[in-house]
Design a protein around this ligand. Structure first.
Ligand SMILES: [Zn+2]
Length: 420
């Protein structure tokens, strides 16, 4: 029969494709399924999710700490995934937890081999099957926790965002460095800047909500950038004099940079502050050795060489907090964009704004010059999260401005003419 023959041919084709697609599974050792760790994928959450001993499947990993966000764990062969909720019974014990989950303490006891649901459980994780999502072990009251990128790196703005009860009070740290935490109703965003020397490793992301016990999980950091190395030579006593002036000016500006305006001034994506430039002569994070010393400094901003008098404009809305001539930075304008984000424009020949003024994207701040410690006409643009310099070019490329606004439940249109 013609039809039957077609069916045999069809099955032969399917089997052939399967052999071609899975050569290792059929002929060699099976490739273990892997899972990239997200926030909340703790050992307990993974074990409930796959109903398997995930630690045993990963004998090389340190069991004394939770799996590191951004790394991969192996899953046992034929792992079946199941949805559910992981609960931590906080104050009020299991009864209060059951009420919050609209279930009975006996239902929770049934799924967790508890003989008596009224015994105190402290903060032991409990599993409730069902729902649409895999169980995750997040801070109490967090339905989810989203990161701006899965693996951290030096010289960028890193963030997390979540939704919680409107009254929730949250603090967060990356090892011993605090996040700026901002909110809007149920929305919360945490922001931190990693400097250009932030190393590889696994710092702890730690979050505390409403005085509950700390939640923490290690987070993987990589450094894949090809940093540029530059030698700078000062003669005579210039190096010491310059360093003293640099330190004094920096100390004063640090007071300004550490201010956190609790709402963003910006409403859309950021743009470059200068369009008519010749070339970028120095990028953020360039490693610098002075007079043959160690490469223990880095370039804190981006240098655009341009003709004197070229217009410098605001990349986004903000409030002018500095508009004056400084010793090292020369003609200087600093904008407060809100949420602890500041940007600076230096070596200007003319300053066209005043302290306290609110500027809109594209407003002219001043003109390119070579004032202060400068050897030619250029704009030095720096960008800070808190008191940490980050790479403004990555901020633009990642569109962190809109990622943050979305995290606060706010719209964030891109500028109409953003193609240049
Ligand atoms: Zn510079």
């Amino acid at each position: 029969m013609k039809r039957k023959k077609w069916q045999i041919g069809g099955w032969a084709w399917v089997v052939g494709m399967m052999l071609w697609l899975m050569p290792t599974a059929v002929f060699g050792q099976p490739t273990a399924a892997q899972l990239t760790i997200q926030p909340g994928d703790t050992w307990a959450a993974l074990s409930y999710r796959f109903a398997a001993d995930i630690q045993a499947a990963n004998p090389h990993m340190n069991k004394q700490r939770q799996p590191t966000i951004g790394t991969a764990v192996s899953l046992p062969p034929n792992s079946q995934e199941r949805n559910g909720v992981l609960l931590r019974s906080g104050e009020g014990g299991l009864l209060a937890t059951a009420v919050r989950q609209h279930t009975s303490p006996w239902a929770i006891a049934l799924h967790n081999d508890l003989s008596n649901p009224y015994r105190p459980l402290l903060f032991q994780p409990l599993f409730l099957p069902g729902g649409d999502n895999p169980p995750q072990d997040l801070p109490i009251g967090f339905a989810e926790l989203e990161l701006s990128q899965p693996i951290g790196e030096p010289g960028i703005a890193l963030g997390w965002r979540t939704e919680v009860a409107e009254t929730a009070v949250i603090s967060a740290m990356l090892d011993d460095a605090p996040f700026v935490v901002v909110g809007n109703g149920r929305y919360r965003v945490g922001l931190i800047g990693t400097g250009a020397f932030y190393g590889r490793g696994e710092p702890y992301l730690t979050i505390q909500i409403d005085g509950q016990p700390l939640w923490s999980q290690p987070w993987r950091f990589n450094d894949t950038r090809n940093w540029i190395f530059q030698e700078i030579n000062y003669t005579g006593t210039a190096a010491e004099i310059d360093q003293a002036a640099i330190d004094a000016e920096r100390a004063r500006l640090r007071e300004i940079w550490s201010q956190v305006t609790p709402t963003p001034y910006w409403t859309g994506s950021f743009t470059l502050p200068i369009t008519d430039y010749l070339t970028i002569t120095s990028t953020y994070g360039d490693r610098r050795s002075v007079n043959g010393g160690p490469y223990n400094r880095y370039h804190e901003g981006v240098d655009f060489s341009a003709y004197g008098g070229t217009a410098v404009s605001a990349p986004a809305a903000g409030k002018v907090v500095v508009a004056e001539v400084l010793n090292v930075r020369g003609g200087a304008v600093i904008l407060d964009h809100g949420l602890g984000i500041h940007s600076g424009y230096y070596h200007l020949s003319r300053i066209l704004v005043e302290p306290g003024q609110l500027v809109q994207p594209g407003d002219i701040l001043g003109e390119v010059g070579t004032t202060g410690l400068s050897t030619g006409n250029h704009l030095h643009w720096d960008f800070l999260v808190g008191i940490t310099w980050i790479d403004a070019q990555s901020w633009l490329a990642q569109d962190m401005a809109c990622w943050i606004r979305a995290g606060l439940g706010e719209p964030c249109p891109s500028p109409a003419n953003n193609s240049g």
